[in-house]
Design a protein. Sequence first.
Length: 151
Amino acid sequence: MSMGTHEPTRWKSLSQDEDKGLTITTKEGRVFSLSVEELITACQISENRNDFLAQLRDLLDDLDKWLNANAVKIDRAFLSLATDGVHFVVVQKHSQYDRELEKSLLRLDVGIARNPAYGLVRLEVLCLPKTDDESVRSFVRPFGTLMRQVS
């Protein structure tokens, strides 16, 4: 299998902390980094840290697949680690409500919730219409949040 010049998908940390404590590469070759503080937050979500981090890596693969499948409708996405779980916020390309995208996101959410492989991950999902970064900040916080530009 040829690796070619394909650049792996990058999830960018919104934290201003330059001291990255952990870089995770998913099975699909996607890369994301967490600062020491973000890693502590992520690990507090689960008592079984190694299993949680493995499930988080697999979750990123599944979220990337979903984002790629719906890329024509999505501008960007955010993944936020919080003490109550993992928050996945999708920002649409357009301001008009997209019922099909919302249904697809709901199917993704239910599928992950029912999948025993994600037993340690509590996922919350939200789909927002096209909006600026300032408005998105009311739904995600910079600390512990990753952003992926889809389009």
